[in-house]
Write a protein of this length. Sequence first.
Length: 130
Amino acid sequence: MPKQTISKQTKPQEIDFDKMQGLLPAIVQDAASGDVLMLGFMNREAFEQTMRVGYVTFFSRSRNQLWTKGETSGNRLEVISASTDCDRDTVLLQVRVQGEGLVCHNGTRSCFTESLPVTKQPVQAEGSLP
């Protein structure tokens, strides 16, 4: 697989918080293994705190407040690098997991542990609908 290259540096003020009513999806990836650990949402304040302090902080939509991942469990996420997608409306945070390494509130390393069935349908001729 080709290595991802970062082509330019984006200024924090160029991040688009407007597309999702003030929120920004933040994908968290283990910097060493490449495993996707979780997805959270950040408002501008959470994003700025994450970039300033160096530990992942999210905005809790259910509690309507900021929370720093691992503040109670000790499984903190130290930011190693940060990048944005081409639309500047999503961030990818590569992290070093601290503590026991159990990132998910269910006690697993990754939040992505539940598989979904994929039922592929036969491909139709071009121009026809399935």
